[in-house]
Structures are given as structure tokens and as C-alpha cells.
Design a protein around this ligand. Structure first.
Ligand code: SAH
Ligand code: DHB
Ligand code: MG
Length: 215
């Protein structure tokens, strides 16, 4: 992490014993070390509070680290559904979400995102957090636009994809997915959007007619 990120993280996003233990256990269990950074966790909490979110949909649970950050910012009647296709990751996440005392808030649904998402059609979410595979990101964005209410937020991790979005010679499916997602997020008139270049880049789009250009 760069020195600005370290300063911001240490000041605004210290991890408590639950989050530290989760990361230790995840390393021991051989989960990939690709959870969101603590400062991204706090950024998600800021967005949850700013949008008054009560219902959140996450795509990509891994060990439940980001789900715990988000669930903690929800009001008492808030709910978070999180989708994970790897059975081992889902079991690990359920166990650690229980240890965090958040089983009544977080619902881990096991399955492929593109198979589970249609079941939510007609429901309304205040925030969708996209943090799974990158190749289908444009399709995940279409789902998010259907599911998020006006004034709600669509958020995606890894929007800078380790810098690969910058290099037009990088044409693998994941990089193309992130690049196309970013292009649509930037240009869709239903969104007011930005990438915050923290950690690996956090893309944020607020749903609703964007402000008019000045020219
Ligand atoms: N949000 C997590 C990190 C997610 S890592 C955190 O910050 O703690 C990405 C996760 O998405 C992995 O656990 C992977 O198994 C899962 N995943 C990848 N493709 C998926 C798909 N198509 N459907 C559901 N889950 C998927
Ligand atoms: C990878 C990293 C992520 O944060 C993620 O959500 C998915 C994949 C990766 O480095 O492969
Ligand atoms: Mg990620």
C-alpha cells in the first residue's frame, strides 16, 4: 500500500479483533488474500450511511470480510445478501459471520452469480457491491441498474485491476470486463460516477439522473 493509503487506513479504518482473526484464519485456510482493504471497508460504510442503505447485495463473498464491514454500518433492521459460488468460501464466511454476531443480518447464498441474480428481479436494493469475477462485470452492471433504487449506489472493487485497465495491449477477458464496466459506469446517463483510486480502485455510481454538463 502507498504511504497515503497507510496513513488513511491507520487513522480511519483500524481493524478490530474479529476482522484481524478472520484474516489470520483465512490465510491458514488457504483462501486467496484478495479481500478488500480496510480503507475500502470504511469507504463502503461511508456510502452505506450516505445513501441510508438498509438492503445490500454483494457479489463475491470470499471469507466474509467485506460483508462484515458493510453489515456493521447497517441499521438494526438492515439486511445483506451475499453471493458466493465456492462452497469452501461460503462455509468459511458463514462461520466467521456467526463469530462476528452478524448471522441475523447476513445471508450467504451459494451459487453462480449469473444463476442467482434473476431470483432478485423485482426486488429493490440500496447498494450493490460487485467483487467477484471480472469478465461478466458489464452484465453485473446491468443487473445492478435493475436492482438499485434511485439514490442508491453501485460499487465495484478492483476498478483499476492492478493497472491493467491502463494498458490497451492487455486484452484478457477479465481486463476487458473491468474496462468495459468502467466505460459504461462513466458514460451511462443514469449514473453519477467516479473511481476512487484507493487500493486497487473503487468504482462508485449513484443511481439517478446525472447532473447536467455546464457546456
Ligand atoms: N468481497 C470479498 C472478496 C471477494 S473475492 C471481500 O472483500 O472479503 C471474489 C470472490 O468471488 C471469491 O470468493 C470467488 O470464489 C467468488 N466468485 C468468483 N466468481 C463468482 C461467480 N461467478 N459467482 C459467485 N461467486 C464468484
Ligand atoms: C482478484 C482480486 C480481487 O479483489 C477480486 O475481487 C477478484 C480477483 C485477483 O487478483 O484475481
Ligand atoms: Mg476484489
Amino acid at each position: 500500500m502507498d504511504r497515503f493509503g497507510e496513513y488513511v487506513g491507520a487513522l480511519f479504518a483500524p481493524e478490530d479483533a474479529v476482522l484481524l482473526a478472520l484474516r489470520d484464519d483465512a490465510d491458514r485456510a488457504g483462501l486467496p488474500p484478495i479481500s478488500i482493504s480496510p480503507d475500502t471497508g470504511r469507504l463502503l460504510q461511508v456510502l452505506i450511511r450516505a445513501t441510508g442503505a438498509r438492503r445490500i447485495l454483494e457479489v463475491g463473498t470470499l471469507g466474509g470480510y467485506s460483508a462484515i464491514w458493510m453489515a456493521r454500518a447497517l441499521p438494526a433492521d438492515g439486511r445483506l445478501v451475499t453471493i458466493e459460488h465456492d462452497a469452501g468460501h461460503a462455509a468459511f464466511a458463514r462461520e466467521h459471520i456467526a463469530a462476528a454476531g452478524l448471522s441475523h443480518v447476513v445471508d450467504v447464498q451459494e451459487g453462480q452469480a449469473l444463476q442467482l441474480l434473476p431470483a432478485f428481479d423485482g426486488e429493490e436494493f440500496d447498494l450493490v457491491f460487485l467483487d467477484a469475477d471480472k469478465e461478466p462485470l458489464p452484465t453485473y452492471l446491468e443487473w445492478a441498474l435493475r436492482l438499485v433504487r434511485p439514490g442508491g449506489a453501485i460499487v465495484a472493487d478492483n476498478a483499476l485491476w492492478g493497472g491493467r485497465v491502463l494498458d490497451e495491449r492487455e486484452r484478457d477477458d477479465a481486463t476487458l470486463g473491468v474496462r468495459e464496466f468502467n466505460r459504461r459506469l462513466a458514460t451511462d446517463p443514469r449514473l453519477t460516477s467516479i473511481i476512487v483510486p484507493t487500493h486497487d480502485g473503487v468504482a462508485i455510481g449513484i443511481v439517478g439522473q446525472r447532473p447536467a454538463a455546464s457546456d
